[in-house]
Design a protein around this ligand. Structure first.
Ligand SMILES: [Zn+2]
Length: 213
């Protein structure tokens, strides 16, 4: 699981087993040509006026939508802050909005992440948690991997007593195609440390999440 907190350089990727594999990165011209090909594949005429700049726009939009591959989790989480007053209670950041894309169809996953942890002497800047969600969200994902990667990276870097991550999301690939389940939400959760071993900590996270605490 070490692989998930590593940076993914542009020309090297890792598969799920952490095996390095070489991924040759095409030029922007090649990416634009691929978009043009897809336009023809759907039955469009890439030469019509409204579509002339579309390949360039799509190629550039992809750079932003998938910018997570260029994010270094070590850089984002690298500097942790000592909590001067010794706060050791649950830190919970709720309702972090994110946009991702499913790795099966490359269509959007839209959702909210809730991230909690029990500090062990050190706390993270709150904005960093949202940046971690973004760094993993802006990649091709499954919701399960996204949930596990967020928990794992915070667990390994901050070494808190435990991390709890819950994600609720709507998968456009379910809404717009295939089974067409409009309004269905998928929930996933990952617990590490005391959230895994002590049911009352997990229950506390859940009740704080629901605003009953
Ligand atoms: Zn999908």
């Amino acid at each position: 699981m070490d692989a998930v907190i590593k940076n993914f350089p542009n020309d090297v990727g890792e598969d799920q087993d952490g095996e390095s594999r070489s991924v040759a990165r095409p030029s922007e011209e090649e990416a634009k040509a691929a978009v043009e090909l897809l336009l023809r594949w759907i039955g469009e005429d890439p030469a019509r006026e409204g579509l002339l700049d579309t390949p360039k726009r799509v190629a550039r939009a992809y750079q932003e939508l998938f910018s997570g591959y260029g994010d270094s989790l070590e850089e984002i989480l690298g500097r942790t802050f000592e909590e001067v007053s010794g706060y050791d209670e649950l830190v919970l950041v709720k309702d972090i909005p994110f946009f991702s894309h499913c790795e099966h169809h490359m269509v959007p996953i839209i959702g909210k992440a809730h991230v909690g942890y029990l500090p062990d002497g050190r706390v993270l800047g709150l904005s960093k948690i949202a940046r971690v969600v973004d760094a993993f969200g802006r990649r091709l994902q499954t919701q399960e991997s996204l949930t596990a990667q967020i928990a794992d990276s915070i667990d390994k870097t901050l070494k808190p007593r435990g991390v709890a991550v819950m994600i609720e999301a709507e998968h456009m690939c379910m809404v717009m195609r295939g089974v067409q389940k409009i309004g269905s939400t998928t929930l996933t959760s990952t617990f590490t440390g005391v959230f895994k071993t002590e049911p009352q900590e997990q229950a506390r996270f859940m009740s704080m999440l629901r605003g009953k605490d």
